[in-house]
Design a protein around this ligand. Structure first.
Ligand code: NAD
Length: 470
């Protein structure tokens, strides 16, 4: 809980604020807002010589489009309110980026660090079989993905358990996304959320009017960026910002934060943490006392990429960033949101900014249903055509093209190229749609409300076209 709001209350609060800018029937809005199906589980798992009762959840927020889609989180902080909030965010997120799924989320209330890999596998498999029994998983029903505390390994266990319980189901691989490539995963999924965060912020930074209002120059080059969390989303976001000329001045992790005004090498910090178990004492960087200290340092762009509620009424007044890119889900409490709006900080909201994961999960699901790798059919054809065009250009101009330029011109698309360009296209379109909505409704105060308006309009129209409502 954050202040007077629970996480789900906070999402509903944002929904209500945006709903005022739409013209749907009150009852329809209420239907969109509520969680359609909630599954709360307790199941026993033998851990060593004792039996442990594991608490877990799966929430399907909306069935306006099927399957439902949303990650599975392993954390001792997982609770029903959190899973409901995250499931609701998934519905709005999918709508904003035109991914044809309803929102869902799952979670198991465990600290994965306290269990052996063997125990984690049995917990994950048992959870999956419970989802199968209750019909809360399946390629056309509900498709989980990784989230905080889970990754490709867990997704493999989920697929294997599901497939064992559905022998001969030809589309079984589409029951879960975020799988390893060998198990039907798609190239580019691992880095998708972080890359989507980068594409989203980059698009905003290209907008002259927005950047002028914030007192900043356009572009990513030279921007000072702080990232909280070196997990999947934080690490990849930081890496893409750095590769595109931004300076990563601070990184915060669970154990503390580090700062170097000249810029931190993200890969080196990641490897340092891997070998020492901590980001602290990174050569050349200054250790900061608390893990939240980095959030309050002066910077252009702050990327919280760890957990919810990390910026709240207590520290929000001290935030100095000009742009906050919500890579994590719900990193700001409603009180913090209000404070930051009043300070003139641009908050790029989670429901749009971290949609890269679900977008590429959608591509993975499509790949699993079509049973063919992206690029397999057209790569060679495109390369042969490019060679003919290049030959003609060389003949007409009398000039030979060599080296990297020639390679680039000849290159036919691989799976990863297609996935990344599909993601880029999705994030760019979503950015413009939200900003357009904001410009057309001058009474909207913030980008989050504009993103919710876009989402509600799409979900509401979909419900209306289903014919359930007059
Ligand atoms: P992860 O488990 O890979 O990484 C989270 C990182 O945050 C870990 O390294 C952890 O040590 C760190 N952390 C935890 N508490 C912290 C604290 N107080 N201060 C600083 N660091 C802390 O998880 P992830 O998949 O990267 O997810 C991070 C956030 O992004 C979550 O909110 C998740 O819901 C959201 N998200 C993830 C995806 C995805 O594809 N993985 C997609 C959309 C949204």
């Amino acid at each position: 809980m954050s202040g007077e709001f629970s996480f789900f209350d906070a999402v509903c609060n944002n929904f209500d604020r945006a709903a005022a800018f739409t013209s749907f029937d009150k009852g329809l809005l209420e239907q969109i807002k509520q969680c359609n199906s909630v599954l709360r589980l307790h199941f026993p798992v033998r851990i060593g010589d004792r039996i442990e009762v594991i608490k877990a959840y799966r929430v399907q927020h909306s069935h306006h489009k099927l399957p439902c889609k949303g990650g599975i989180r392993f954390s001792d902080m997982v609770n029903l309110d959190e899973v409901m909030a995250l499931a609701a965010l998934m519905t709005y997120k999918c709508a904003v980026v035109n991914v044809p799924f309803g929102g869902a989320k799952g979670g198991i209330t465990i600290n994965p660090k306290k269990y052996s890999v063997y125990d984690l596998e049995r917990i994950t498999r048992r959870y999956t079989s419970e989802l199968v029994k209750k019909r809360f998983i399946g390629p056309g029903e509900d498709v989980p993905a990784p989230d905080y505390g889970t990754g490709e390994r867990e997704m493999s266990w989920i697929l294997d358990t599901y497939a064992a319980m559905h022998p001969g189901e030809v589309d079984a691989a589409a029951c879960v996304t975020g799988k390893p490539i060998t198990q039907g995963g798609v190239r580019g999924r691992r880095e998708a959320t972080g890359l989507g965060v980068f594409y989203g912020v980059r698009e905003i930074c290209k907008m002259e009017d927005v950047m002028k209002r914030l007192g900043m120059s356009t572009g990513i080059e030279g921007k000072r960026v702080i990232v909280q969390g070196m997990g999947n989303v934080g690490y990849h976001s930081a890496k893409f910002f750095q590769e595109n000329g931004a300076i990563i001045t601070s990184i915060a992790e669970y154990e503390g934060s580090i700062h170097d005004e000249k810029g931190l090498d993200v890969e080196a910090v990641f490897n340092h943490r891997k070998s020492t178990g901590s980001i602290l004492n990174f050569p050349g960087a200054k250790n900061l006392e608390k893990n939240t200290d980095a959030l309050e340092l002066d910077c252009d762009i702050l990327i919280p990429a760890a957990l919810e509620n990390v910026i709240n009424h207590e520290n929000a007044p001290r935030i100095k960033a000009k742009i906050i890119g919500e890579a994590a889900n719900g990193p700001l409490t409603p009180e913090a949101d209000e404070i930051l709006i009043n300070k003139g900080i641009l908050v790029i909201p989670d429901l749009y900014l971290n949609a890269g994961g679900v977008t590429v999960s959608y591509f993975e699901w499509l790949k699993n249903l079509s049973h063919v790798r992206y690029g397999r059919l057209e790569k060679r054809f495109t390369e042969n055509q490019n060679a003919v065009i290049l030959e003609q250009i060389e003949e007409l101009t009398g000039k030979k093209i060599h080296g990297t330029q020639k390679d680039l011109l000849l290159h036919g698309p691989d799976e990863v190229d297609l996935v990344k360009s599909g993601l880029e296209e999705t994030m760019i379109n979503a950015t413009h749609e939200i900003m357009e909505c904001w410009k057309n409704n001058p009474s909207i105060r913030d980008m989050r409300t504009a993103a919710f308006v876009v989402a509600i309009n799409k979900v509401g129209t979909s419900y209306q076209e289903l014919g359930i409502f007059p």
